[in-house]
Write a protein that binds this ligand. Structure first.
Ligand SMILES: [Zn+2]
Length: 231
């Protein structure tokens, strides 16, 4: 089932009694613009399960800049969780299909990561932004086959393609936050699905912070296929 471009689709998984990890996208029918040819592993789980069959990823060779909204000192540390996730996922592409970089200028960020305790740092666009009670929430809004660019607050430019909101009140330990952030960054690099296997980062309630071979093969499969939506 496909939705018209004017009807964004939100996909939510909400296990009983626990906040859900979610990915939100809207669906368009526009075809891909680049078609990598490398032989790729099969995916271990469906990377378009949450996106109604629509495959999304960054353009090949993209440098993806992430900005982490500053947090007060103490307790678990969001910035270090993002740095770990960036290092972990950067190890997956074969031949620099993408490179994740943490940057210090919000106005240059392709991806903004923030905690629920601060105001939403980006003016969202055409798709509804509704994280509700999700522990982790990854948002982008496709328009004509590309993620709509969003304006960070206090900025005049449209730069941000993707927003990750985490709820650090759900992660009592650094390891738990690391797992949550690794999971959301997995969505941010193109995995629009969840693994049924509890040991995978892309399990709905992840407990590990390093992508497994199953996670890696699933992303490599995504990177080797034509995209319906380019971030
Ligand atoms: Zn998820």
């Amino acid at each position: 089932m496909l939705h018209s471009p004017s009807l964004p689709r939100r996909v939510a998984r909400r296990p009983a009694c626990r906040p859900a990890w979610r990915v939100i996208i809207a669906i368009l029918l526009t075809a891909a613009c680049d078609n990598p040819t490398a032989v790729r592993p099969d995916f271990a789980y469906n990377p378009t399960d949450l996106t109604n069959g629509q495959l999304y990823r960054w353009s090949i060779g993209a440098r993806v800049r992430l900005f982490v909204e500053p947090m007060g000192a103490g307790g678990v540390d969001l910035a270090s969780a993002v740095q770990r996730a960036v290092s972990a996922w950067n190890a997956v592409p074969q031949g620099r299909e993408f490179t994740l970089d943490v940057v210090t200028n919000r106005d240059l960020a392709d991806v903004i990561v923030y905690d629920r305790s601060i105001p939403q740092p980006v003016v969202t666009g055409s798709c509804p932004f509704n994280p509700s009670g999700a522990a982790g929430y990854t948002y982008f809004c496709p328009v004509n086959g590309r993620a709509e660019r969003l304006r960070p607050l206090a900025s005049t430019v449209l730069t941000t393609a993707l927003v990750i909101r985490v709820d650090m009140t759900t992660t009592a330990t650094q390891a738990a936050l690391d797992a949550l952030v690794a999971h959301e960054v997995g969505h941010a690099v193109g995995i629009g699905g969840h693994s049924p296997q509890t040991t995978d980062v892309m399990y709905t309630r992840p407990t590990v912070r390093t992508p497994t071979d199953r996670d890696r093969n699933t992303l490599r499969n995504v990177l080797g296929r034509a995209a319906d939506i380019t971030l």
